[in-house]
Design a protein around this ligand. Structure first.
Ligand SMILES: [Zn+2]
Ligand SMILES: [Zn+2]
Length: 321
C-alpha cells in the first residue's frame, strides 16, 4: 500500500511539474533549475498531503479532548500560515534558491579536499540490508542534533529571543510546530547542513516515515489532553510531554523536554519531565506582538527583541567584569 501511495504522489508531482512548474521556468528563463523542478514538486505534494492528514487527525481530537477552549482563534490562524509556508515547500524552496550557490561551493570545496560525505551505512556496514533500522538510526541521530540545537537556543539570551517566538504562543495547537523566527530557522538549516555533511543526508526513500516524524512533531503541540501512557511517553514525544516544555513556568533557561520526536535524549541528558500536568503555555517576557501579532509583526518584533536582548546580554557581561 505504501508503495502505491508513493507511486501516486510521484504521478501527481510529475503532472504538477509538467503543467505548472516547467512552463513557469521556461516563461521566466530559469532553465537552470529544470533538473530540480520534479523534486520540488514532490516535496510540495508530500508537504500538502502531510498538512491535510495532520489536520484530519488532530482537528477532531482537539475538538473532542481540548486542554483549553478559546473564543477568539486569530492567533491560531497565524500559526496555520507558518505551517503552510513551511510544509508545502515555499520556504524550503526559497532558502534553497538563496543558498544554492553556497551549497555548490561548499560541496565542491569539500570534495576538492578529498572528503566524500559518508553515509551511515558506509560507517556501520552491518546496517546494509536493514533499511528501516537504518532510517531509525538516522532519525535518532538527527533528533540528538536537534535536541542540542534546541537546548543551546534556550541557554543564550540573544538566541532565545528568536526562539521566544515559538514559545510566545498562548493558544498552542497542532499548527504551532512551524511557528519559528526566520533567523532561527536559518540557524537550524545550517546546523542540519553540517550534520548532513558528517553522516550523509537521510535516505529519502522513506518519505512516509519522514512524514510520520513530522506528524509526531505537529501532534506534540496539539491542544489535546493526551499522553501515550508510561511506556509510550518514553518512546515518542506526546502532547503532554512537549506541553511541559512550553509551560509558562518553564520559559527560558529552566525548561525541560527539549526533544522533538524521541524523549530518549532528554532521559539520557537529565532534562526529561514526565509530570501529569497540562500547564498554560506562553512566555511572559516576550513582547505581545510576538504572541498575537500577524506573521510580519511577529517576525519584526522578534528581530527587535533579538537586538534588545543582545544589547542587554552585552551590558550584563560588561558590568560583571
Ligand atoms: Zn524551546
Ligand atoms: Zn514546541
Amino acid at each position: 500500500m505504501l508503495t502505491a501511495i508513493d507511486r501516486y504522489f510521484n504521478i501527481l508531482a510529475g503532472n504538477i511539474d509538467q503543467y505548472l512548474v516547467l512552463p513557469l521556468l521556461y516563461h521566466f528563463g530559469w532553465m537552470q533549475w529544470e533538473e530540480l523542478s520534479f523534486d520540488w514538486a514532490l516535496v510540495c505534494v508530500y508537504g500538502f498531503f502531510a498538512v491535510i492528514a495532520t489536520y484530519a487527525i488532530c482537528w477532531p481530537l482537539e475538538a473532542l479532548f481540548p486542554i483549553e477552549r478559546w473564543d477568539d482563534r486569530k492567533a491560531v490562524f497565524t500559526d496555520a500560515i507558518y505551517t503552510v509556508l513551511n510544509r508545502v515547500g515555499v520556504l524550503p524552496i526559497v532558502s534553497f534558491l538563496l543558498f544554492y550557490e553556497v551549497q555548490v561551493w561548499v560541496n565542491g570545496y569539500i570534495v576538492d579536499l578529498g572528503y566524500i560525505p559518508p553515509t551511515l551505512e558506509s560507517l556501520v556496514p552491518s546496517l546494509i540490508g536493514h533499511p528501516v533500522i537504518t532510517f531509525i538510526a538516522y532519525a535518532l541521530i538527527l533528533d540528538c542534533a536537534d535536541y542540542w540545537r534546541h537546548r543551546l537556543s534556550h541557554m543564550f539570551r540573544g538566541w532565545y529571543a528568536l526562539h521566544a517566538l515559538h514559545h510566545a504562543q498562548r493558544q498552542m495547537s497542532f499548527w504551532s510546530d512551524d511557528r519559528n523566527h526566520l533567523l532561527d530557522d536559518l540557524v537550524a538549516g545550517v546546523w542540519f547542513g553540517i550534520v548532513g555533511l558528517a553522516i550523509g543526508i537521510p535516505p529519502l526513500q522513506f518519505p512516509l516515515l519522514f512524514l510520520f516524524m513530522r506528524f509526531i512533531e505537529s501532534l506534540s503541540h496539539a491542544n489535546i489532553k493526551l499522553s501515550f501512557g508510561w511506556l509510550g511517553d518514553r518512546l515518542l514525544v506526546s502532547p503532554r510531554f512537549h506541553r511541559l516544555h512550553h509551560g509558562l513556568r518553564a520559559a527560558g533557561r529552566r525548561s525541560c523536554n527539549y526533544g522533538a520526536v524521541f524523549p530518549f535524549w532528554d532521559m539520557l541528558f537529565g532534562t526529561a519531565d514526565f509530570s501529569n500536568e497540562y500547564p498554560p503555555t506562553g512566555d511572559k517576557r516576550a513582547p505581545e506582538a510576538m504572541a498575537t501579532g500577524g506573521y510580519l509583526a511577529q517576525q519584526l518584533s522578534g528581530l527587535r527583541f533579538f537586538r534588545d536582548e543582545l544589547r542587554a546580554a552585552r551590558a550584563g557581561s560588561r558590568s560583571r567584569h
